[in-house]
Design a protein around this ligand. Structure first.
Ligand code: 0RA
Length: 641
């Protein structure tokens, strides 16, 4: 804020201010939100520009550094943003235009595909607009140039040469400090940045991305570089699972304005895990590229199975879902003008890509099966087993249905239901352990709050097929209480509560149960998570007395904030051990009363992390598990979704 005060408002500055003003007025329109998600978009935006350079073959290395003073530096060895006067306004350099005019980023980028989708591709000028300070450094034509901005994109010093580039290198370095008057919180999260950079490195074969976190002691340094590209991505995703066979199936195809790359490896689990990307952007909702792939995969496998008599003439075709059981796959497409549609703008709408992916898969996957008959037959055997299990599951599900038809309202015996029949205001607390269930029963509002106690750890859905899972009593109780069915039949409109709240302790066991439940919801009641119906209650970790009133503090951060705002606080902090130790009034005051509690709404991203954590923690690979626990023991947040 002080920076703004010292700025002089010359004519050109005012013009620039006007240029970026809409961004500061309505940041959400440009980066989605001003939450921590929006904050990280600033980094993605700058890195995307460097990745663009890499995609066009001009950049081999990107270094992202989180600085001690809260800034972020993104350095690349691309061509460097052009420094000559810009044809549209010769009083300004091209670099200045790129940094100060909305949507100027891709206007003169030459050939190749521009990343310009979803919330990205809005241009570095948006980052400038939302930063309290931004420094630009360009190496180009043997000279080094610098330019500085402050207060949301106002030029502090014009682009000027400052000397020779070391070793005649070329490249661009952007350092920015997010504006704390715009964002709720300006602290970057290392884990979030690392995950993203790693995915970018997987999608851009041989591009080296270095991550440095100078805020940590010792300084954290990670290098992501994958000469195998998406094949390494698939290996990585399956590293905590047992692959069905060692080989990875990889193929690619291209047409004039578009290209596709696909890597596949089956594992012994019962779930498909297909991740698709368009121009490096994750298409969580799928779209045309996924459609084309699935259709062709089903077609190719069935054709092969019939030709080899692995499927008899009198047997029905294998279902796509059964073929994809245990499949980990990456579909990466690059195309001009990607159309992102759907609720979260993450569904690829371009029709032409569907036929490219379909054609490529029909051709190249058939060829791969011919060349790898042993693997082909393993895929088909697994699909046949999956198909039988699906039949058995349908029978088990019928059983669950019939049971509920007979059991009066069809509700599990241990459900303590609420009296309201209006799902919109009804909540169900899934409570670990019977004793905690007892206090929860006394603490609830019986009109809108239902309690379902579950005993110990629910069955791990990672390790069992649907049919076995549906025989588990805890799972049956969950399915019946929620009321929307399960798996492919799940119907969100039949759900009896719009808030499904997981109430588990804040310790490792509690995290474990939360992780298991989230994994179950993700895999068997996905719309529940997509609709934002799933929450984690956050029982506090600490309590302390302020005068005579007890104050509860959610976690260590809340405790630190409390201490900062109460420097003279002398009383001790009680560490609350677990739900079982709270009496009903404490539980009511901290965790259940809507006016006082703090709930964490679970989104797809968190659920997917839980899924991955689950695979690692429950999977058979002891080595990966040991490493994971070692690496994450410190970062409780990771486990504690
Ligand atoms: C516009 C044109 C050219 C490159 C870039 C922008 C560019 C932007 C960024 C942002 C971060 N790193 C970047 N690297 C390059 C192409 C210029 C030419 O034709 O030489």
């Amino acid at each position: 804020m002080t920076e703004q005060a010292v700025l002089t408002y010359e004519a050109e500055d005012i013009e620039i201010l006007e240029g970026l003003e809409p961004v500061r007025k309505r940041p959400g329109m440009f980066i989605g939100s001003t939450s921590t998600t929006g904050l990280h978009h600033l980094i993605w935006e700058v890195v995307d520009n460097s990745v663009d350079e890499a995609m066009q073959g001009f950049c081999t290395k990107i270094i992202v550094t989180l600085l001690q003073d809260g800034g972020c530096r993104v350095e690349d060895n691309g061509r460097g943003i052009p420094v000559d006067p810009h044809p549209s306004d010769p009083s300004k350099t091209a670099a200045e235009i790129v940094l100060t005019v909305l949507h100027a980023g891709g206007k003169f980028g030459g050939s190749g595909y521009k990343v310009s989708g979803g919330l990205h591709g809005v241009g570095v000028s948006v980052v400038n607009a939302l930063s309290k300070r931004l420094d630009l450094e360009i190496d180009r034509g043997g000279r080094r140039y610098e330019m500085k901005f402050a207060g949301g994109g106002t030029t502090v010093s014009k682009l000027k040469p400052v000397g020779d580039s070391p070793r005649k290198r070329t490249g661009t370095t952007v350092v920015f400090w997010p504006d704390q008057t715009i964002f709720d919180d300006v602290e970057f999260r290392a884990q979030t940045v690392m995950e993203r950079l790693q995915i970018m490195a997987f999608l851009n074969k041989s591009l080296e991305i270095v991550f440095i976190d100078e805020r940590q002691d010792p300084v954290l340094r990670e290098i992501y570089k994958y000469n195998g590209g998406i094949q390494d991505f698939v290996k990585h995703l399956n590293s905590s699972k047992e692959p069905l066979f060692k080989k990875i199936c990889f193929y690619e195809g291209a047409e004039p304005e578009q290209e596709v790359e696909i890597a596949l490896q089956w594992n012994t689990t019962y779930y498909e895990s297909i991740h698709s990307f368009a121009n490096g952007i994750s298409t969580i909702e799928g779209g045309m590229h996924e459609e084309g792939f699935k259709k062709a995969l089903t077609n190719v496998i069935n054709k092969y199975a019939r030709a080899r008599k692995l499927l008899k003439d009198n047997e029905a075709n294998l279902d796509g879902k059964d073929i994809r059981e245990g499949l980990t796959g990456i579909i990466s497409v690059r195309l001009r003008d990607p159309q992102f549609e759907g609720q979260t703008k993450s569904k690829l709408g371009n029709v032409t890509i569907r036929s490219l992916v379909e054609k490529t898969t029909n051709e190249k996957l058939s060829q791969w099966l011919e060349e790898n008959p042993r693997e082909a037959s393993q895929i088909i055997q697994k699909a046949i087993l999956a198909s039988r299990a699906r039949q058995a599951a349908a029978n088990a599900r019928d059983l669950t249905r019939r049971k509920s038809a007979m059991g009066g309202a069809g509700l599990p015996g241990k459900l303590i239901d609420c009296s309201s029949k209006n799902a919109e205001i009804s909540e169900i607390f899934i409570v670990e352990g019977n004793s905690a269930g007892g206090s929860a029963k006394d603490a609830r509002d019986p009109h809108t709050q239902a309690i379902l106690p579950i005993r110990g750890k629910i069955l791990n859905v990672e390790k069992s097929r649907m049919d076995k899972m549906l025989k588990n009593t805890e799972i049956q109780a969950l399915i019946m209480a929620i009321g929307g069915g399960v798996g492919d039949d799940f119907d969100i409109t039949k759900v009896r509560y719009h808030k499904i709240i997981i109430l588990a302790d804040a310790d490792v066991d509690g995290s474990h149960i939360r992780t298991l439940l989230l994994t179950f919801f993700l895999r068997q009641m996905k719309p529940l998570i997509e609709s934002g119906f799933v929450y984690a209650a956050q029982p506090p970790l600490y309590s302390t007395l302020v005068g005579n009133t007890k104050t509860y503090l959610k976690d260590d951060q809340a405790k630190a904030e409390f201490l900062a705002s109460h420097p003279n606080h002398k009383n001790e902090f009680q560490r609350l051990k677990g739900l079982g130790e709270m009496d009903f009034s404490e539980l009511e005051a901290t965790t259940m009363n809507p006016a006082k509690r703090s709930l964490l709404q679970i989104n797809m991203e968190q659920a997917s992390i839980a899924d991955e954590v689950c695979s690692i923690l429950m999977g058979d690979d002891v080595e990966v598990r040991r490493k994971f626990i070692q690496q994450n023991a410190k970062d409780v947040r990771f486990l504690d979704v």
